[in-house]
Ligand binder design. Structure first.
Ligand code: NDP
Length: 283
């Protein structure tokens, strides 16, 4: 008998049209011959509760959440994974029987991408620029993965302090907050520097995080979370100083492979996803 029924996953966001996740997830379904579809769905904030009821009614296998739903979705789910609860946001929902479970794969994706640079967070000192959703996910997962010192540099003191207090009270990492006003000098002993702000994101691609680039040490691995464009001028400036760099595509791809595994139970090929994204971004 033929089976015409596709399994459904997707992303809910507002706006959502520029979200490229469909490209990599559908490439991975095709690669594995899975009859799965990834839907890019525009959901207004006031209709999120109904949309989640729709996810249940359509028996969807899972869903990604993007701006502005990552926090708001939590009250509509049946359970939240411990690290997502610490981060305080959900970017991936998976199904366990009739239950919808909230997960956060952003930080896990970042940690996985570090492996490409052969870097293990254990015992490391990291400087994180930013204290928003991406920064929180990265800081929590770095701390859970054994990072020793985390320095959070943020413009808004309230957000920065909240993240540092969370790290110091709920993880074994030692965290410090630096108020970001003027060019920040990265401490020489920094192993990993991450731009987890939206500075440099398309279309504002000429903006550069305000740090003292001359003071960058060549032994620091410099990472950017910005996926579009993958080659930010932040990374170019770091390479001029001899630093190894890691762009935001790795984080995007690996948070996707982790979600893919949660939904399908099968490993996706990161290379297939990367190639699909590279074609989409024309790089
Ligand atoms: P948020 O809005 O939650 O946080 C933005 C952060 O950037 C805040 O810390 C904010 O500081 C800071 N910031 C923004 N503009 C400036 C500025 N001009 N000067 C100083 N600080 C600034 O966004 P997200 O954390 O959700 O997203 C951040 C970036 O991460 C985006 O570019 C997004 O595309 C990327 N991302 C990448 C992923 C990937 O897989 N590669 C996954 C998720 C996100 P303040 O608190 O002071 O406002």
């Amino acid at each position: 008998m033929s089976n015409y029924k596709s399994e459904l996953v997707g992303v809910l966001g507002f706006p959502v049209a520029e979200n490229p996740t469909i490209v990599m997830q559908e490439a991975a379904f095709k690669d594995l011959g899975l009859n799965w579809r990834y839907l890019t769905v525009e959901v207004r904030p006031e209709q999120l509760a109904q949309a989640i009821r729709g996810v249940r009614a359509f028996n969807m296998q899972g869903i990604n959440l993007t701006i502005p739903h990552k926090i708001a979705v939590m009250e509509h789910l049946d359970d939240i994974a411990p690290d997502a609860a610490l981060i305080g946001a959900v970017n991936t929902v998976r199904r366990e029987g009739d239950k919808l479970i909230g997960e956060n794969t952003d930080g896990k994706g970042f940690i996985e991408s570090l492996k490409e640079a052969s870097v293990d967070p254990v015992g490391k000192t990291a400087v994180i620029l930013g204290a928003g959703g991406a920064a929180r996910a990265i800081a929590v997962e770095m701390a859970l993965a054994g990072a020793k010192n985390l320095i959070v540099v943020n413009r808004s003191q309230e957000r920065g302090m909240e993240l540092v207090d969370l790290m110091n009270s709920k993880t074994n990492a030692k965290a410090e907050f630096i108020s970001w006003n003027g060019a920040y000098r990265i401490p020489g002993e920094t192993d990993i520097l991450v731009n987890a702000t939206s500075i440099g994101l398309y279309p504002d691609t000429t903006s550069l995080p305000d740090i003292d680039y001359e003071g960058l040490s060549a032994s620091t691995l410099v990472c950017d979370v910005i996926p579009n464009p993958p080659e930010t001028i932040f990374l170019k400036e770091a390479r001029k100083r001899g630093c190894k760099t890691l762009n935001g595509l790795g984080m995007l791809v690996y948070q996707g492979t982790i979600g893919f595994k949660m939904w399908t139970g099968t490993e996706a090929s990161p290379d297939v996803m990367k190639e699909a994204l590279a074609r989409a971004f024309n790089v």
